[in-house]
Design a protein around this ligand. Structure first.
Ligand SMILES: C[C@@H](CNC(N)=O)C(=O)O
Ligand SMILES: [Zn+2]
Ligand SMILES: [Zn+2]
Ligand SMILES: [Zn+2]
Length: 507
């Protein structure tokens, strides 16, 4: 039985061990405040074989199953992180979190699914996809893939089609920065947008003007600014705004939905708001670092401290994060990712003396859910229902796996978290589960603690202990033609008929 002094939120066993194997596939979560994106209620959740079977108040338990007393806790869909880079080769290094360590960290932080970015191998999409599936063989939770497109030719186009039709990929990312590495030209972006529309796949952009970034970097080096502060000074927010605007307009020209990843600035936000106000289907994804931090951290005199915050687009000056938080609280931005892309101090030290060599990326996959609860719910900016929407439901809808994911309703996957609003937790690289020696939120104490994470009906995180093993993960196919594509053809035919409409020329 539960010892009174150890608050373990009533995770009790009311059965003899003999039935454990049976009870491990059956679970009852009693008396919690269940929060979905559209409603909140006090009820019980009955789970069997990884699926939610019933959500009702006062359910009776007749035989031996495991009961979790969730009274006083929020019972919410597990987080879905739309933006991660595990085991990613980048800037001459490989991210320090692989598909086991990164996913273990995610589960410990209340995220039960993530969508990672598979990169082509020398421009070959299929080879890249297969390599990423190999990396994911050590997965311990549900995951999906976006595919990056870093060049254009007929082979890329046919590979995109195969990946959508046979491999469950429904989104492709185009980098407008990282010149000479991942960056595509406008012509390649245009072809990619057209192909995404043809396939019912969502086009995603990393929106910075990569040519101007190189110019900005040269400018800094010539001025002798070589430290981490040179990174953010070299790629100001106007370059993010310019590329965001360009991508949005090209997507409008093609008439296909667009998803802007890691929106870090007011300039990018304004472009997204303008597009949405005009009826264009544009999704804006801020990330936790851009919501929670400002660029002062890049001036830290300790290189190891400043370098851990180097990501692109850069964390912006104070003010941008406030605008992003406000936009998120009113639905002008739709969901939150992390862009989890970890490099340890040794790897980051490659850029000592030249910020251009600091591998870009920060942590977040374990901290996202706690930071957003503290930053957005405890501050009163959003409700628990909004929290569920921006951390889980919106992502499931955008990537077309709702309500299998992103909801606590009968038939959905049993990916559930229990959050105790009165408990606190402190972030530290000494206790986090990522395989990295730094944490950009080091020392932060947050109110609201995810005490239990349930993944596909299994309790994988409780009492501060992870119960996961490599190889238990599952690849989730993401089907094409999400709601974002509904009715696009009607807009197309209206456009085409407008072209044929007679013009009245004045004599
Ligand atoms: C390379 C990857 C992660 N790194 C970063 N954002 O700095 C990205 O640009 O999304
Ligand atoms: Zn508790
Ligand atoms: Zn990016
Ligand atoms: Zn990224």
């Amino acid at each position: 039985l539960v010892r009174a002094q150890d608050h373990v939120c009533g995770v009790t066993k009311n059965s003899c061990s003999a039935s454990d194997s049976l009870s491990s596939t059956r679970l009852l979560i009693k008396g919690g405040t269940i929060v979905n994106a559209d409603r909140q209620e006090i009820a019980d959740v009955y789970i069997e074989d990884g699926i939610i079977k019933a959500v009702e108040p006062n359910m009776k338990v007749f035989d031996e199953i495991r009961v979790i007393d969730a009274a006083g806790h929020y019972v919410m869909p597990g987080g879905i992180d739309p933006h991660t880079h595990l085991a990613m080769p980048f800037m001459g290094q490989v991210t320090s979190d692989d598909f086991f360590s990164g996913q273990a960290a995610a589960l410990a932080g209340g995220t039960t699914m993530h969508i990672d970015f598979a990169l082509p191998s020398d421009g070959d999409l299929l080879a890249g996809y297969k390599q990423y599936q190999e990396k994911a063989s050590k997965a311990c939770m549900d995951y999906g893939f976006h595919m990056a497109v870093t060049k254009w030719n007929d082979r890329v186009a046919s590979d995109m089609e195969m990946l959508v039709k046979d491999e469950g990929i429904n989104s492709f990312k185009f980098f407008m920065a990282y010149k000479g590495a991942l960056m595509v030209t406008d012509e390649e972006l245009l072809q990619g947008l057209k192909k995404c529309k043809e396939l019912g796949a969502l086009a995603q952009v990393h929106a910075e003007n990569g040519d101007a970034v190189v110019e900005g970097q040269t400018r800094m080096i010539e001025m002798g600014i070589t430290g981490p502060e040179g990174h953010c000074l070299s790629r100001p927010s106007i370059l993010e705004g310019e590329a965001t605007s360009r991508a949005i307009r090209l997507a409008s020209f093609v008439n296909t939905p667009l998803y802007v990843v890691h929106v870090m600035s007011i300039e990018a936000l304004e472009e997204i708001i303008r597009a949405r106000q005009s009826g264009q289907r544009v999704i804006g994804e801020p990330v936790v670092s851009g919501l929670a931090l400002d660029d002062s951290v890049l001036w830290d005199p300790d290189f190891d401290v400043a370098a851990k915050y180097v990501m692109s687009p850069p964390i912006r000056p104070a003010g941008h994060n406030m605008a992003l938080r406000a936009a998120l609280s009113t639905g002008l931005l739709q969901l939150v990712g992390t862009d989890h892309c970890t490099f340890n101090s040794t790897q980051k030290a490659a850029g000592k003396g030249d910020f251009r060599k600091i591998p870009n990326g920060v942590n977040g996959i374990e901290e996202r859910m706690h930071i957003l609860w503290d930053l957005m719910v405890n501050s009163g900016k959003i409700t628990p229902m909004d929290y569920v929407r921006i951390t889980s439901t919106a992502c499931a809808q955008i990537f077309n796996i709702y309500p299998r994911k992103g909801a606590i309703i009968p038939g959905a996957d049993a990916d559930i978290i229990l959050l105790n609003p009165n408990a606190t937790s402190t972030i530290s690289s000494k206790t986090h589960h990522s395989n990295v020696d730094t944490n950009i939120y080091e020392g932060w104490t947050l109110k609201g603690k995810i005490e239990v994470t349930i993944s596909r009906g299994r309790v994988v995180w409780e009492n501060g202990v992870l119960n996961v093993f490599p190889g238990s993960g599952r690849y989730i196919h993401l089907p094409p033609y999400s709601y974002l594509f509904d009715g696009l053809d009607k807009i197309d035919s209206a456009y085409l008929s407008s072209l044929k409409a007679p013009r009245h020329y004045s004599k």
